[in-house]
Ligand binder design. Structure first.
Ligand SMILES: *Cc1c(COP(=O)(O)O)cnc(C)c1O
Length: 429
């Protein structure tokens, strides 16, 4: 065991990790349900669904079997000029869950590529219509991935500052972040809408699309806004024919309490990006779902109007099989019941946490709960270490602690997790 850890230290470069400052990684041997087990069999309750991907727990046997069966039939085939049943079935199943009217489904491998595809399609849509619109709009604090297009539209997320000089033109408007008991939400929304109106007046006919995380910004700290606000934004954009790209990479698959976040907003997105929970956390796969009217602009005898984009593993059949199985589980009434229970437990637990003096801005949307810790009084790194020690896998975003568990988490485990968090914080005050 020692040897494997030191080898890992020498050769593997971990994501978002400054190895000079951080503990060496915990070596995980296996997973089961909402738990991960390390090499000495210590278990950790995965309260962040392993970076928001896992829906039904680790090593779920139903999804594992679907992948196994598919691997014995067809593991992969080039997706240009060929198609296969798992891709067709998956798109039909998701199609049935979307607003009426038809959509086209473009496959890729991860959230960032789903966003790149969306941005490229939006830009080329205008070119194919013989106009050029070369500005994108997004929210301050929005996070859309780590490739160049995704970084450009997420330029104010603070993750990508080193690369700023290479970004294309993006305008951002303030995000009216709100929480329980917020007195200023209307004022914040008004400011944001005013800035949007100004940009639209100045640049409206040059803006290709607005990309946003609907209802909640994930990476910038689980920041929630009101659905009515997003609706107002969408209505303003319509006046200038600006395309709306809903990045539902985190919010999709019931995280916000509805299957997709857009269901809570009275508007029909032009493009939807899905990934993370798509395969239940088993395999990397993404979808960029595009309104038929946009696809129409790519149909031509002129080859230059073709969308020249694709990845080696586009629509990998194993990923599709995992996604179909995950969707079966998600739509099952047992899972929907578990989701309801998580929502209730979060709400009750957050209410109780508000009496701890170092906790602020408690907030919840569906199965996502978050609160801020006063980092003048509590060392967040020490909090994270103590949580791990107590068997809780949490990964605060700056001073924001959030719980985004797999839906299979046992009610009692979630309640106990909140009790442990409470005890740890009280001991640290
Ligand atoms: C995680 C995330 C992405 C990027 O997805 P990757 O698979 O990490 O590339 C994009 N948008 C949102 C909203 C995300 O949460």
């Amino acid at each position: 065991m020692k040897e494997s850890i030191s080898k890992n230290q020498n050769s593997i470069w971990h994501p978002f990790t400054q190895s000079m400052l951080e503990q060496s990684p915990i070596h995980i041997a296996k997973g089961q349900g909402a738990y991960l087990y390390d090499m000495s069999d210590k278990r950790y309750l995965d309260l962040i669904s392993s970076w928001w991907v896992n829906l039904h727990g680790h090593a779920n046997s139903y999804i594992a079997k679907a992948i196994y069966d598919q691997a014995q039939t067809l593991e992969h085939v080039i997706f240009a000029g060929f198609t296969h049943q798992p891709a067709i079935t998956l798109c039909n199943k998701i199609s049935a869950l979307l607003p009426s009217g038809s959509f086209k489904f473009f496959f890729s491998d991860n959230g960032s590529t789903a966003v790149e595809v969306a941005l490229k399609i939006a830009y080329q849509f205008w070119l194919n219509n013989n106009t050029e619109r070369n500005i994108f709009l997004s929210f301050e604090g929005g996070y859309h991935g780590d490739t160049f297009g995704a970084m450009s539209v997420g330029k104010d997320s603070k993750f990508h500052d080193n690369f700023r000089k290479l970004f294309f033109k993006v305008l951002t408007i303030p995000f009216p972040f709100t929480f329980s008991g917020d007195q200023e939400v209307e004022q914040k929304e008004q400011q944001s809408l005013e800035k949007l109106a100004y940009y639209l007046k100045e640049h409206g006919s040059n803006i290709a699309a607005f990309i946003l995380e609907p209802l909640i910004q994930g990476a910038s700290g689980m920041r929630i806004c009101r659905p009515s606000f997003v609706e107002q934004v969408a209505n303003l954009l319509k006046k200038y024919d600006i395309l709306t790209i809903f990045d539902e990479i985190m919010t999709g698959f019931s995280r916000t309490g509805t299957l997709f976040a857009f269901e809570q907003i009275k508007c029909r997105p032009d493009i939807i990006c899905l990934s993370k929970g798509l395969t239940g956390g088993f395999l990397p796969m993404a979808l960029t779902i595009v309104d038929q009217k946009i696809h129409q602009a790519f149909l031509s005898h002129d080859h230059r109007k073709t969308f020249m984009h694709g990845h080696s593993y586009t629509a990998n059949p194993l990923g599709c099989a995992a996604a179909i199985a995950s969707l079966d589980l998600l739509l099952h009434k047992d899972t929907q019941g578990k989701i309801e229970n998580i929502i209730t437990i979060h709400a009750e637990a957050l209410k109780l946490l508000t009496d701890i003096s170092v906790i602020n801005s408690t907030r919840q949307i569906g199965t996502i709960a978050a609160f801020d810790i006063d980092d003048a009084k509590i060392d967040i790194k020490a909090f994270k270490a103590r949580s791990l020690e107590a068997g809780l896998l949490l990964r605060p975003l700056n001073n924001t602690v959030y719980l985004l568990p797999p839906y299979c988490i046992l009610e009692n485990d979630l309640v106990q997790a909140y009790n442990k968090i409470r005890k740890i914080l009280i001991a640290m005050i």
